[in-house]
Write a protein that binds this ligand. Structure first.
Ligand SMILES: [Zn+2]
Length: 399
């Protein structure tokens, strides 16, 4: 089992200087390699892979002496990440790789050579022993370490460890909870609970706007501009932390209280293209929320099922499966034409998700694959039993 632990680092001035150099080298090498790949692609119709990128390094180091001051494996990791970024782009999983900017979050990765010393220091090759706060035991062998610096100036190390533990087998016998995610309420459950959407950005909007405006008035390259930039970064960080904290508490509670979690297959990416909705969805954190539900269920041997969004329609009566002809968005409660049941719109949708998940379990359409995660059945329009199945490989996000 792989576990990732993010710890805070406190480099001294000399170490921070060395880290800044390493971030700069890695960023320069990424941008240079990206430009070279684009050039080669235009000339030959083929890009550069990881090994071809690595093969350029000795020549580059001879031409640019300061590149050699950074640990060579950090640069080789950049080659790996860039070639992966292109694969992800061509397989339509990610956007086209972008050039890196020094004002954004900075990061470097060590594939080996990092040690944790005395439970309070992290040794990085060519940088030294950096003071760290390690809030939980790191069990197993360290696989990779990613060191990053936030725009607000905080340093972190994300340590990926591999241990001998196997993920618990998934048990689907128990309470199934359907969750409908929304914007008015973040989560509505099939047992009738509604959890508020705190709208973190909206609440901090005036503060963010004021600080952003103050930043835009400062002269470029000035010291006061740098201070203003830091204030903006810190305000954004507080918003992100508050959201993260709320989502963690809610997802942990829902996973602890239930055996199987069922959510609608959201297609967040499609919805994010609608600019009016994108900001609200980003603020609510739907993507982060479902990700947390997924890895927390996997970690505790529980089920996570994504239900086809065409089936779990809010127009369908959860009692008699009669589909209402019309269901405008502003209707919050409605009465079924066929059986006369009065429904809360969102709770009815959550019950439909729960019912569909139970049908999928009963029909054996949810398989528990190796690694423990539950695969989902996709490609169905309406019938749970007739349509062909395409099972996705399980994925596990450590955190
Ligand atoms: Zn009905």
């Amino acid at each position: 089992m792989l576990t990732a632990t993010k710890i805070r680092l406190y480099p001294n001035a000399a170490q921070a200087y060395k880290l800044a150099k390493a971030f700069g080298c890695a960023r320069w090498y990424w941008n240079n390699s990206l430009a070279e790949t684009q050039k080669v692609y235009q000339e030959t119709g083929k890009g550069l892979g990881q090994f071809q990128l690595n093969a350029r390094l000795p020549q580059l180091k001879a031409e640019i002496p300061w590149l050699g001051e950074t640990h060579s494996q950090v640069l080789q990791s950049v080659s790996l990440h860039l070639s992966r970024a292109f694969v992800n782009f061509f397989e339509r999983r990610a956007k086209y790789p972008q050039f890196k900017n020094k004002h954004r979050k900075q990061s470097i990765q060590y594939p080996q050579g990092v040690k944790v010393v005395d439970g309070c220091k992290v040794f990085l090759p060519k940088i030294g022993h950096i003071k760290a706060v390690i809030h939980r035991d790191l069990i197993g062998k360290i696989k990779t370490v990613t060191v990053s610096k936030d725009p607000s100036g905080k340093y972190f190390a994300s340590i990926l460890c591999e241990n001998d533990e196997v993920q618990p087998e998934v048990n689907l016998h128990g309470k199934v909870l359907g969750i409908d995610v929304g914007l008015t309420e973040l989560a509505i459950t099939s047992d009738g609970s509604k959890f508020a959407n705190p709208k973190h950005v909206l609440k901090a909007q005036r503060n963010l706007k004021r600080k952003q405006q103050s930043l835009s008035r400062k002269v470029k390259g000035s010291n006061t501009r740098n201070k203003a930039r830091l204030l903006v970064a810190k305000a954004h960080e507080r918003v992100a932390n508050a959201r993260q904290d709320y989502l963690h508490k809610l997802s942990t509670r829902l996973v602890n209280e239930n055996q199987v979690i069922a959510v609608e297959d959201l297609h967040i990416k499609g919805m994010m293209k609608n600019h009016k909705l994108a900001r609200a969805i980003g603020d609510a954190g739907w993507g982060a929320f479902t990700k947390m539900l997924k890895y927390k269920t996997a970690r505790s041997g529980k089920g996570y099922i994504e239900v086809n969004r065409f089936f779990a329609s809010s127009k369908t009566c959860s009692c008699c499966l009669h589909a209402q002809a019309q269901m405008p968005l502003d209707i919050r409660t409605w009465t079924c034409d066929q059986c006369g049941t009065r429904h809360d719109r969102d709770i009815n949708a959550a019950i439909n998700i729960c019912n569909e998940a139970q049908r999928m379990i009963a029909a054996g359409m949810v398989v528990t694959a190796n690694g423990g995660a539950v695969s989902q059945a996709k490609g169905r329009k309406s019938s749970a039993l007739l349509a062909p199945l395409k099972l996705e490989a399980p994925s596990f996000t450590a955190g």
